[in-house]
Design a protein around this ligand. Structure first.
Ligand SMILES: *Cc1c(COP(=O)(O)O)cnc(C)c1O
Length: 376
């Protein structure tokens, strides 16, 4: 928790659940990543947290932006981003969205199949396009594989066709999965995609850009490697494959930029020891899977939780949300322990919830209001 957040919580005691995010930490994270990868352009993945305060700070730092929808494109424009600095990075786009983005001056688009390429050729003529390649997502706590990405053979044909259809075959991309905890995933993906890059260049295609996606991890319950390790691994792999002739490099971090900048404060609604012969207590919070903690699905992302009783005797817990849905359980198998003194009315903090929380909150399921947000 940053001092600014601690002061805000103490002074204001906001109604829970709420996200409180320190925008200075967003700036720190951006600078840290820029130092770790000075040759790469940073396209912030807007979906991680599209709050105007976050986008405006990043505009001030000369960030670029990766948008997944026309709405996110417009959030970036509203925050003051130049359209040439926005990449429409979703491979699944409505024609109406492509047309609007193109008209707004966005010139960079992703695709991973023939139909999307044809849509771009027709509705964003002349645009710089890059093909997303399917790569392994091993080592990622929140994988993104299967749903996206062309094969190497498919991408080779599509990039040739892109030029024939009047688009600018600009580059190739991959995404190693979110909360990626191994540098090996980037090295393997760079190796795979660099080979295609070289093949296409030799075939006369004027490729210039390698987009290495996001995935850089935030520290949750478990330690993760430092960002410098990822930066070094990426630069070593790029140099190994391209020598001194490096293409333009792009990264699309989301979680790394905003994850540890914010926390959720929540209230304990109920603590229930449901079986007298089992010490397990069920702790129900006023936020759950539908209130924004969607990444607890499969207990994938394991948030750290602090309570007013930390340091006192602990016992095993399952942690669930307040709704009437049986799927609204965050942690049952991940061996969470919380203080025995924990009781209803206590305020607890879920740390490093600045990414992928506000945007995943449902609107009125069971009548609960969406998550309140404070940006400091
Ligand atoms: C979600 C996403 C990102 C951001 O991923 P993080 O793991 O948050 O860094 C980047 N690029 C694409 C294409 C994405 O879908």
């Amino acid at each position: 928790m940053t001092p600014k957040i601690a002061r805000f919580l103490a002074q204001h005691q906001p109604a829970t659940p709420c996200l409180v995010l320190d925008v200075d930490r967003v700036e720190d994270n951006f600078r840290t990543l820029r130092d770790a990868l000075p040759l790469a352009r940073i396209y912030y993945a807007v979906k991680a947290n599209p709050a105007p305060q976050v986008l405006e700070r990043l505009v001030g730092l000369s960030s670029y932006f990766d948008a997944a929808s026309i709405e996110e494109v417009e959030f970036c424009l509203d925050a003051g981003a130049a359209p040439e600095r926005i990449s429409f990075g979703n491979t699944i786009k409505k024609v109406s969205a492509i047309r609007r983005a193109h008209a707004a001056g966005v010139t960079m688009f992703a695709f991973d199949c023939r139909e999307e390429l044809w849509k771009l050729a027709e509705h964003a003529p002349g645009a710089r396009v890059y093909c997303r390649i399917l790569v392994e997502n091993e080592g990622a706590d929140w994988p993104l594989s299967r749903k996206f990405g062309a094969t190497i053979e498919g991408a080779r044909e599509l990039m040739v066709e892109a030029g024939e259809r009047g688009l600018d075959p600009y580059g190739l991309s991959f995404h190693v999965g979110s909360q990626q905890t191994t540098t090996r995933a980037y090295e393997a993906a760079i190796g795979k995609v660099a080979m295609l890059f070289t093949d296409l260049t030799e075939a006369g295609i004027n490729l210039r850009m390698m987009n290495m996606g996001g995935g850089f991890p935030t520290r949750y319950r478990d330690d993760v490697p430092e960002i410098d390790r990822f930066g070094n691994a990426i630069m070593m792999a790029m140099t190994e494959h391209f020598g001194n002739n490096l293409p333009e490099m792009v990264v699309e971090p989301g979680r790394f930029i905003v994850g540890d900048a914010g926390l959720v404060q929540a209230e304990v609604v109920l603590v229930s020891q449901r079986n007298r012969n089992n010490p397990l207590r069920w702790v129900y919070l006023d936020i759950g899977r539908f209130g924004g903690l969607a990444e607890t699905e499969g207990e994938s992302i394991k948030y750290r939780i602090t309570t007013p009783h930390d340091g006192r005797k602990m016992g095993p817990v399952a942690i669930a949300g307040p709704t009437c849905d049986g799927a609204d359980i965050m942690y049952e198998k991940s061996n969470y322990h919380l203080p025995l003194a924990l009781t209803s009315g206590d305020r607890v903090e879920l740390l490093s919830t600045g990414a992928y929380v506000t945007t995943y909150a449902s609107t009125r399921f069971n009548g609960f209001a969406p998550l309140a947000e404070y940006y400091l």
